[in-house]
Write a protein that binds this ligand. Structure first.
Ligand code: KMH
Ligand code: ZN
Length: 273
């Protein structure tokens, strides 16, 4: 099996700083987290930004500051969110692509998101995909529901998206596909030829999904964006969640990818620093 790529999603848009002292909601704290995540075995960081008061922002200058802090403290693959937070406009979500990160997310369909709707109509997806091509940013396809892979194939048929790509299954969002081994296997069966994949289980399914992915030869995303707890009643630090997955993979006999090995596996090498 290929070395395991561990992605950390340390912030997200849904967790409030009041919920945990470990949310790295400033660029400086993101830089420190990136360092700790790489030391723990992480290869990629999925980035959302906050204002100092913890509110969500997709301000380009704030992302530039976060990007510089992460680069100063780590060699992680930097992946920006274009999902942002519920209520942000598509233009706001896509503006950060102008900074030219190595990767960014492309969510492949709308989905109920708790009591809200995370809106990703075909015009929104086409516009984000087009901007990714223009700024040479590699997409990671975010799949929250079964039909989202069909949407990605439709975008590819239209020429809006090149396939294969790296795909992340985000399972267990209330309103999306549940985080079960059976659902994960069905999604993997349905993957377009040549795609690599990871899974991000929400809440306490994070660890279970990680273990299934390690065994199946997929890759793993962990972090406070998706799960606040290390164990029942015990808040987690991002790097602890990464370290636990790295430890389990090593016990299993699966090596953990360095950022450079991850770039090789994802075909990112030589694209940009
Ligand atoms: N915060 C969610 C509404 C992404 O980063 O691309 C969307 C999200 C997906 O987190
Ligand atoms: Zn995200």
């Amino acid at each position: 099996m290929d070395p395991l790529i561990i992605t950390c999603a340390p912030v997200g848009a849904e967790v409030a700083p009041e919920q945990t002292p470990y949310l790295p909601h400033t660029p400086a704290r993101l830089g420190e987290t990136a360092h700790a995540v790489q030391a723990a075995g992480g290869a990629m960081i999925h980035v959302h930004c906050r204002n100092d008061d913890g509110s969500n922002t997709h301000d380009v200058a704030r992302f530039a500051e976060a990007y510089a802090a992460i680069r100063a403290h780590s060699d992680l693959i930097v992946q920006f969110s274009t999902g942002g937070a519920i209520g942000m406009s598509p233009q706001e979500r896509a503006a950060v692509l102008e900074l030219g990160p190595e990767m960014a997310t492309l969510t492949c369909g709308s989905v109920n998101f708790g009591d809200d709707i995370f809106e990703n109509s075909f015009p929104i997806m086409r516009a984000i995909a087009k901007k990714m091509k223009a700024f040479d940013v590699r997409p990671e396809l975010e799949i929250f529901d079964k039909g989202h892979l069909a949407n990605a194939r439709r975008l590819a048929r239209e020429g809006a998206l090149d396939l294969p790509q790296h795909v992340d299954f985000v399972l267990g969002v209330p309103g999306g596909l549940e985080a079960t081994a059976q659902n994960l296997c069905e999604l993997v069966d349905d993957l377009p030829q040549g795609c690599t994949w990871s899974v991000a289980g929400i809440g306490r399914q994070q660890l279970a999904m990680a273990m299934v992915a390690i065994a199946m030869g997929g890759h793993v995303r962990v972090g406070l964006e998706d799960n606040l707890y290390y164990a029942k009643g015990r808040l987690a630090r991002n790097e602890e969640l990464v370290a636990r997955v790295a430890r389990i993979a090593q016990e299993f006999g699966r090596p953990v990818a360095t950022p450079e090995q991850a770039r090789e596996l994802l075909g990112l090498r030589g694209r940009k620093a």
